[in-house]
Design a protein around this ligand. Sequence first.
Ligand code: NDP
Length: 300
Amino acid sequence: MDSVLTLQDLGDTRPAGTALAVLGHPIKHSISPAMHNAALAEMARRDPRFADWSYRRFDVPPEDLPAALSRLHALGFRGLNLTVPHKVIAFDCVRSVDPAAQPIGAVNTLLWTPDGWHGYNTDGYGLATAVQEELGRSLAGASILLLGAGGAARGAAVECLQQHCARLWIANRSADNLRRLLDLLAPLARAIPVRGFEPGHPPADLPDDLLIINATSAGLRAEDPLPFDLSTVRHAAGVYDMIYNPPQTQLLAAAAARGIPTANGLSMLVHQGARALEIWSGVSVPVSAMRTAARRALGL
Ligand code: NDP
């Protein structure tokens, strides 16, 4: 069940039972099948309706995504997850989009409906739940410094505004991408102040209770530069790094050395997945089984 499939492996017959899948390119490092199949095994022990549910992974190049989505819909897949690089492409392929995902312009979870796929974005829910669980902080009312202006940052920024954060600063390496994100957020911000800056030049009025969220990919590799120099702020309430592999980035190590509470992105991955499985199944799902399976799949 955990092998990497392509659309050619599917044939024209409907898969047995209720089928779920993640689509990405590449996909071989995805731990979503381990996480979801662990949850489904536990759900099946409690409720026989889930005994024939299964979750697969497909390697689908971006140019093949529209055809893949049509094919998986015709074959009756109940739900799909989308990962890099499909979240934005899929947004334009689905029949309808959950209103909360509309301003993000990207979807990571699709639900089968008779008329076509209905798209959701569960990343923001995953982030908000993870930050609350791991750092004891709500995005609501928080002063937030978001690092990055790519796809993950866009989802995070929209979530911060939808949750009514107090203030939002965004720091990004490239000024053009930062400007594009600030323009997109302007109509959503209403009375919430949203400011951008270059990571090397933080404004002097950053507060001590800042919640810092890293949504850059700086830290995936050991040789990456720090996305932000923590010595330029007096203190912070917490640092959440969306990266989970490696489990401790240089940014998290620097924060821990300053006594700032830290957490990595594994909890976000688990909670966005749990929310997707809730959407497909209509029941509450065993989050702890998903967390254990995710940790095991990463060798932690
Ligand atoms: P994108 O490629 O869309 O955006 C990358 C961002 O990182 C941009 O803001 C880019 O800045 C910045 N960046 C890249 N390299 C550097 C560098 N060397 N120094 C400073 N900034 C840099 O990626 P995503 O937004 O999709 O993903 C970002 C991260 O979030 C990834 O590590 C991904 O794994 C993680 N993620 C985790 C999730 C989870 O569930 N835990 C969910 C989704 C994402 P610039 O604009 O200047 O290029």
